[in-house]
Design a protein around this ligand. Structure first.
Ligand code: 8DG
Length: 129
């Protein structure tokens, strides 16, 4: 049986209602796919604390985490990802791509113009509904 990793992703919205999309880089697994910034939960860590920590590391800004959007599992060839996505807003600093290839703000209606990591599709669908 493949290993399950528990991952949290932040759907960061700006004052115009646009959503921050992040492109996985060549140094990451699944390069070239878009995702919601975040990462794996550490033992005993809540998804909300994980997101605050990961966003600080990856984007260099402070967020406030809101409601759960989607709770989905996707089985990749070598790993099963349990992804929890949450709404978030930036409360300090400016996001910069420290680990990602690039960042892009898009209105929800345009999210499907990007190629998303498969585990993210339920979240994108929820954002469009
Ligand atoms: N952060 C994030 N990860 C996602 C999303 N969708 C999705 O399938 N994943 C996968 C990619 C990774 O396998 C895992 C998250 O791990 P991570 O962001 O800590 O990735 P990483 O590059 O440090 O780890 P690794 O997979 O290279 O070991 O979940 C998403 O929207 N956000």
């Amino acid at each position: 049986m493949v290993k399950t990793v528990h991952v949290a992703g932040a759907v960061i919205q700006n004052e115009r209602g646009e959503i921050l999309c992040a492109l996985r880089s060549a140094s990451m697994s699944m390069p070239g796919l878009w995702e919601f910034p975040g990462g794996k939960l550490e033992p005993g860590e809540s998804p909300q604390s994980c997101l605050v920590r990961e966003i600080k590391e990856e984007l260099g800004c402070e967020i406030q985490v809101g409601e759960l959007i989607a709770d989905a599992e996707h089985e990749y060839p070598s790993i099963r990802v349990h992804l929890l996505t949450y709404y978030a807003v930036i409360v300090g600093g400016e996001p910069a791509a420290r680990e990602h290839e690039r960042l892009l703000w898009l209105p929800a209606s345009r999210l499907f113009e990007l190629e998303w990591a498969p585990a993210d599709i339920p979240t994108v669908e929820r954002l469009l509904s």
